[in-house]
Design a protein around this ligand. Sequence first.
Ligand code: ATP
Length: 250
Amino acid sequence: MLARPPGPTLDVLAGRLMVEDLSVAYRGVPALTDITWVAPATGLVAVVGPNGAGKSTLIKAILGLVPSTGKVNVGGRTMDEARGLTAYVPQRASVDWDFPATALDVVLQGMVRETGWFRAYGRARRGKALDLLDRVGLADLASRQIGAMSGGQQQRVFLARGLARDARILFLDEPLAGVDAASESIILDVFDALDRDGRLVVCVHHDLGTVAARFRDVLVLNKTVIAAGPVAEAFTPQVLARAYGVPLAT
Ligand SMILES: Nc1ncnc2c1ncn2[C@@H]1O[C@H](COP(=O)(O)OP(=O)(O)OP(=O)(O)O)[C@@H](O)[C@H]1O
């Protein structure tokens, strides 16, 4: 049985992302073991942990991008059934930046679903894609090749692409890694707007110094769950010492 946080009724859990006994192994080597986690209904969650803790693997396993055992559901729906509710912004390092596409193309690709490629290029969709680029401060670079943009600009384009799905739950893998202060500020402002809009943002994050200021909840991982919950309760020096193996200040 899923261990529930004390108190909540089924109503409170309705619609929540729930992970139960999730395990992943790569060629027989465990990367994640028995992850059980009930995400908050909305808000910003930082997924933190040392290198190799399994943060990226967790996001991919939740989305069904790597084989896993255990259960994942959103309010009782499997991830396949809930696919339309989710968006994924992968780690920048995992993207081939040499592919020939403009920033606008990349955002339009985010709107392609089961309906197929053709419908994605209607006038309304193009307008929406331009609005999304504007939202991340890149309206004037819509026709720039993605490979000719800075790291922070590329990350913002991929955030806009994630937003194009109008998802209720957004997963982002280190969107703030290696971006400059201006890009970081724009990305965090978008997160805050998503939070106000009642979305759930699950973000792999390396900078422990900004967790308390910018995220409401945290999931601390080191191949299994070390702690999870509101930052004030779960992001403590004791938890971080357990996760990272050395004392760290929060
Ligand atoms: N495709 C793969 N094949 C084999 N092993 C993998 C694969 N992907 C990840 N791993 C291993 O699984 C473990 C968890 O990796 P993962 O990338 O999920 O960790 P992470 O916490 O996101 O790390 P980082 O902070 O360095 O990005 C690591 O030991 C990694 O080497």
